[in-house]
Design a protein around this ligand. Structure first.
Ligand code: GDP
Ligand code: MG
Length: 598
């Protein structure tokens, strides 16, 4: 039986998961009874939001419709969002081919381009697919032309299909057999299996996803992780059909499967490592991957009834399932003990926060997300900081460097002027502009990451009425006129509210932030000054006026007042306050920094 290994890549919502459904259904891997939409999106969060967060691998058998030849198709559905490019590039390394899905009503979008480049870089054969041809607004021919002009893939090579109705699926499956190369590898050579993913199971421990490049593996083999240098015995070996199914026969060069080997912690498995046989090791490991890069950081502190220990358990537990976020203990004067966490991007951050709350039932206070900064000290030493509170005293600092990203925006022509103004207002550097079709353009800018993580994408969407898309890649670090802005409440600095800002924007940001804080903090018996300061110099101020005594008593009479006070007390019992000096600050106030709301 011949083998084809491929992954499905696309811009978000162009139909990858639905196409995977149709292929599973058509090859009989899943019965009509088991069929539900987006079968491979198993996580509740994935199903609710309709997005794929984690790649899934599947093996199916297919008989070519013309030749009757039998094929084992191994494919990986991937997430489309920019935060998960790392996940996609891992999946690509395990394959010889890629199905690039493009929505026939939307055309080529930012993540179409980004993912196609990743596939080309990985040296894969690409089959372009124009999907959703069942929709009345579909423009399959135009979209095929876009694919040709923007990505250099032949319009004639496009397969037109509908993942919804199943039209074109057989043609696609045949094309996969005919056009994608089979795996090279040699089953007789010493074993080399690439670890391309892993997951944690409460009962079996770590389940390692493998792509065999050479040799074979079977249950009972003693294997060695080449980079980590550890050895294990394989207790279970299998394939995804699409559920994990144990196999007695060996898994051989070219195939994809999973392995259970009494590995306790995800930390013990390096994604990108090579599995070989301990008795007959391969001369060298496969190339592997670079480490995932955390782009945004924030703190999580326990909130409401949640205790620190419960938060710690929740974070450690989730980390077993997703090793691409980082965490380390953190202490804040204002918020107590918590964790500083690093994420691949804002969506990833949101997902982790939501999974922590829903899978472990903890409640959290989250601080403002920030990027990593490189600080060049007068001594010549460079330190990386992910927390504004850690910024050394400015008298020791020569420069502060921030991450810069290359941003590619795809937009309809009529939004272009406004988008350029948006980029410029975010300290963007114009790179280039090019036509994608008569009605759409590709716009390239260099922008500080910190300027796009909050609300840039929402702004882009609203300018383009939902049609604009963007993608970005980290370019490097660049020094700019940056400083830490501290927030003082009643004269006292609150560490969890500090941010690093560009000096030109500090005043504006400071005022906006104080305005939001003012709304969150209740009146006290005394006036509370709110200040934003850079290095001791106050750049913005606000104040919360003192409560006037007995207002309620005068208006409503004693009885009502007592009842109201009781109610308010109860409410406050639920609303957790942090006392800083003599001021009670509700934990929601710490979230106020999250949204720059300009
Ligand atoms: P993914 O983000 O690329 O995995 O996209 P999904 O498979 O989740 O699909 C996004 C949306 O498009 C879902 O609402 C699907 O039902 C819908 N969809 C996918 N393929 C088709 C198609 O061929 N025709 C139509 N009409 N809708 C489709
Ligand atoms: Mg999907």
């Amino acid at each position: 039986m011949e083998i084809r290994n491929f992954c499905i890549i696309a811009h978000i919502d162009h139909g990858k998961s639905t196409l995977a459904d149709r292929m599973l259904q058509h090859t009989g891997a899943i019965s009509e009874r088991e069929m539900r939409d987006q079968v491979l999106d198993e996580m509740d969060l994935e199903r609710e939001r309709g997005i794929t967060i984690k790649s899934s691998a599947v093996s199916v058998d297919y008989a070519h419709s013309a030749t009757g030849g039998r094929y084992e198709l191994n494919f990986i559905d991937t997430p489309g969002h920019v935060d998960f490019h790392y996940e996609v590039s891992r999946a690509l390394t395990a394959c010889e081919g890629a199905i690039l899905v493009v929505d026939a009503t939307q055309g080529v979008e930012a993540q179409t381009v980004a993912n196609a480049y990743l596939a080309v870089e990985a040296g894969l054969e690409i089959i372009p697919v124009v999907n959703k041809i069942d929709l009345p607004s579909a423009r399959p021919e135009d979209v095929a032309m876009e694919i040709e002009s923007v990505l250099g893939l032949g319009a004639d090579d496009c397969i037109f299909c509908s993942a919804k109705t199943g039209q074109g699926i057989v043609e696609l499956l045949d094309a996969i057999c005919d056009r994608l190369p089979g795996p090279a590898g040699d089953a007789a050579k010493p074993t080399q299996a690439l670890v391309f993913d892993s997951e944690y199971d409460d009962y079996r421990g770590v389940i390692t996803y493998l792509r065999l490049f050479n040799g074979r593996l079977k249950v009972g083999d003693r294997i060695r992780m080449m980079r980590a240098g550890r050895t294990y015995n394989i207790t279970e070996l299998g394939k995804f059909t699409p559920r994990m199914t144990p196999f007695k026969e060996p898994i051989e060069a070219g195939e994809v499967g999973y392995m259970v080997a009494a590995i306790k912690s995800l930390e013990d498995v390096n994604i990108g490592d090579t599995v070989t046989l301990d008795a007959r090791p391969a001369p060298e490991p496969l190339p592997g991957y670079r480490e995932p890069q955390q782009m945004v950081f924030c703190d999580f502190y326990p909130a409401g009834e949640t205790q620190f220990e419960a938060l710690r358990d929740a974070v450690e537990r989730l980390h077993l399932n997703d090793a691409s976020f980082t965490f380390q203990p953190q202490h804040s004067d204002a918020l107590g003990f918590g964790f500083r966490c690093g994420f691949l991007g804002m969506l990833h951050m949101e997902i982790i926060q939501e999974r922590l709350e829903r899978e472990s039932g903890v409640s959290l206070v989250q601080t403002a997300p920030t990027v990593t900064f490189q600080v060049l000290l007068n001594t010549g030493e460079v330190v990386e900081i992910t927390n504004p509170a850690d910024l050394p005293d400015m008298s020791r600092v020569r420069e502060i460097r921030e991450p810069i990203v290359d941003v590619e925006i795809i937009t309809p022509n009529d939004g272009i002027g406004e988008i350029m103004r948006l980029c410029e207002s975010r300290r963007g550097v114009y790179k280039r502009q090019q036509y994608l079709s008569e009605t759409r353009q590709i716009l390239d800018y260099e922008l500080p990451l910190s300027e796009i993580i909050y609300d840039f994408y929402d702004k882009l969407k609203s300018i383009t009425r939902g049609y604009g898309t963007m993608d970005y890649t980290l370019k490097g670090f660049r020094a700019d006129n940056l400083a830490r802005m501290d927030i003082l409440i009643n004269g006292q600095p609150v560490d969890a509210l500090s941010t690093i800002v560009h000096r030109d924007k500090a005043e504006q940001r400071g005022r906006a932030l104080l305005g939001r804080l003012k709304k969150e903090i209740d009146r006290h018996m005394f006036e509370i000054p709110l200040q934003a300061a850079i290095g001791g110099r106050i750049i913005a101020r606000e104040s919360i006026r003192a409560m006037r005594k007995n207002v309620t008593a005068k208006c409503y009479g004693g009885d009502v007042t007592r009842k109201r006070k009781l109610l308010e007390k109860q409410k406050e019992g639920k609303r957790r306050m942090k006392r800083i000096g003599t001021v009670d600050i509700p934990q929601e106030a710490f979230m106020a920094v999250l949204d720059p709301g300009e």
